[in-house]
Design a protein around this ligand. Structure first.
Ligand code: SF4
Length: 259
């Protein structure tokens, strides 16, 4: 849908104004109705120039613009990321942690940023919290290879501090590109920081979790971060309920209760 006047209508209005000017030049007085029509014609909205951002087809630099053509592959996104120095985290990292898993995954897990183990290995969620995430995935009847796992930031913030807005601004577009290649049916956002950052919503995670949201047009379920679950066993039950909702959404069979 557009709010720009159509060409035919503009031509008609222009004709009207020209006719009236001709009539006036011949000394003819206009009726009230004709005067109103002229006023309307002259007050028509000016056609607005539409600025089209059209990056070259092979330009994969994220623009924060979802209308850019999807990159062809995760390898292309990784190549575009390169030896990224777009934010200050580049200086302190050992490895870029790009993400890993099934490039056609139905389900994608997104955390906030790599920690020390991830930075060392260049892989997401490989520390203790990562091991719990692996168990959570297995409880869903899948393996890490079935899903895709990534973070909003691809480099470790110093002392595991929270991501800063300028870092998110630089790095999130690459996550969006990954999502556009993978096209998961569901995203699970892990932990308060990831959830609030992705949803741009400061509501406490205790209120955001357990309900469906949208991110980049994809259904997103927030849940607790595995690192939080390691410290707060009481969170495991609601987290499992969140994952069960995800399984139901994906049509995955609920595993039998242990017996
Ligand atoms: S966090 Fe992202 S934007 Fe910043 S340097 Fe690492 S890869 Fe680049």
């Amino acid at each position: 849908m557009t709010d720009e006047p159509q060409g035919d209508l503009i031509a008609t209005l222009d004709d009207l104004v020209r006719s009236v000017q001709a009539m006036r030049s011949l000394g003819r007085r206009l009726s009230v109705r004709e005067e109103k029509l002229v006023a309307l014609a002259q007050a028509r909205p000016k056609p607005r120039m539409r600025i089209m951002e059209q990056p070259p087809a092979d330009d994969l630099r994220p623009q924060g613009d979802h209308t850019i053509a999807a990159p062809a592959s995760l390898e292309a996104v990784r190549a575009a990321l390169g030896d990224c120095r777009r934010c200050k985290l580049a200086g302190g990292r050992q490895h870029i942690v790009f993400g890993e898993g099934n490039p056609k995954a139905e389900l994608m897990f997104i955390g906030e940023a790599p920690g020390a183990d991830e930075d060392r290995q260049g892989r997401p969620f490989v520390g203790r919290a990562g091991q719990l995430l692996t168990k959570m995935i297995e409880a869903m009847g899948k393996t890490r290879e079935d899903v895709y796992i990534a973070n909003i930031l691809k480099c470790r913030p110093p002392d595991n501090r929270d991501p800063q807005p300028d870092e998110v601004e630089m790095c999130e577009p690459f996550l969006l590109q990954q999502i556009r290649v993978i096209r998961p049916r569901v995203i699970v956002a892990l932990g308060r920081i990831a959830v609030q950052t992705l949803l741009k919503d400061a509501t406490p995670i205790s209120r955001l979790r357990g309900r469906w949201h949208l991110y980049a047009g994809i259904r997103l379920m927030p849940t607790f971060h595995p690192a939080y679950l390691l410290r707060n066993a009481a969170g495991k039950k609601p987290a499992w309920e969140d994952l069960q909702q995800v399984m139901a959404e994906l049509g995955w069979p609920l595993p039998n209760k242990k017996g």
